[in-house]
Design a protein around this ligand. Sequence first.
Ligand SMILES: Cc1cc2nc3c(=O)[nH]c(=O)nc-3n(C[C@H](O)[C@H](O)[C@H](O)COP(=O)(O)OP(=O)(O)OC[C@H]3O[C@@H](n4cnc5c(N)ncnc54)[C@H](O)[C@@H]3O)c2cc1C
Length: 293
Amino acid sequence: MGALHVRRAGWLSAQQLGMYLLEEARAAGVRLLRGRVVKIAHSQNGDGRRVRAVHLENGERIPVERLVLAAGPFLRPLAAQLGLDLPVVAERHLKLAFDDRLGALPREAPLLIWADPQELDWTPEERALLDETETGLPLSGVLPSGAHTRPEGRGGSRMAVALWEYDTPEMSPVFPVPGDDLYPEVVLRGLERMLPAMRAYRTRLPRPIVDGGYYVKTPENRPLIGPLPVAGAYVLGALSGYGIMASQGAADLLAAHLTGKPLPPYAAAFHPDRYRDPAYRRKLASWREEWQL
Ligand SMILES: Cc1cc2nc3c(=O)[nH]c(=O)nc-3n(C[C@H](O)[C@H](O)[C@H](O)COP(=O)(O)OP(=O)(O)OC[C@H]3O[C@@H](n4cnc5c(N)ncnc54)[C@H](O)[C@@H]3O)c2cc1C
């Protein structure tokens, strides 16, 4: 067995990062308006199309000169308002939080990832039951790599979070995210090989809290950052499963596009226009392997 220990790694609270950024933005004069955009008005004239305004659900119309589409899972329908068909899909991803009452995960553990595919150790009775379920998933066969977990919370917290992307259907995003009744049990079983103490939960599962969202992905799983072919419109999206980690760099790149600052050498790799380049499309066709958490 091989193990890789990544040093100087860790995790952060996405919610707290968001709050910090919001406070900094407000201090710099940004005003936050809340509302759901239901329509984007644009005009057509001699030099092409240009964004004009956004219409909110409450009937308000806000004139805009620049508009950044950063609607996460709803990027595609919003871009369609501008007549654009962005090459993105939304994949459902779930996440489990549970009270690790038996202490199966040491509190000092780092983020632990099982990087091999694996077959779960179901009893013959369980196997028979699984074969009868209508999930359409071969849960009794070989499942993909990537079961992972980490402790959550400080002090006396016993909470743990765990994820395993053994089933990530592409779908039109809806909230609340449609669940998977077997997810908690399958994930905990998937952790057993790495953390044998998890086996103790077979007799009584911890009460699961399952939530999730969508990975919005381009064909090559790189984000879309930059101007769109409608003047004044920009995109920052398709951040897949790394959008928290990539958020600061992605925002810097978008800011350079917006302010006309010199672009970094990697800007072209994320430009929404890249698919128009035949050489890039050829490269894309030759990329196959992917590995994601
Ligand atoms: C289960 C799971 C685990 C993940 N784990 C990690 C991780 O460990 N590390 C990591 O880096 N990333 C992780 N990600 C990915 C990360 O959450 C996303 O990449 C990131 O949130 C995408 O950011 P975004 O701003 O593009 O979209 P979002 O965070 O979805 O934000 C989009 C915003 O647009 C708003 N919006 C949408 N439509 C409209 C509209 N019509 N009008 C007004 N507002 C609108 C939404 O309300 C929302 O606030 C995970 C994702 C999932 C689902």
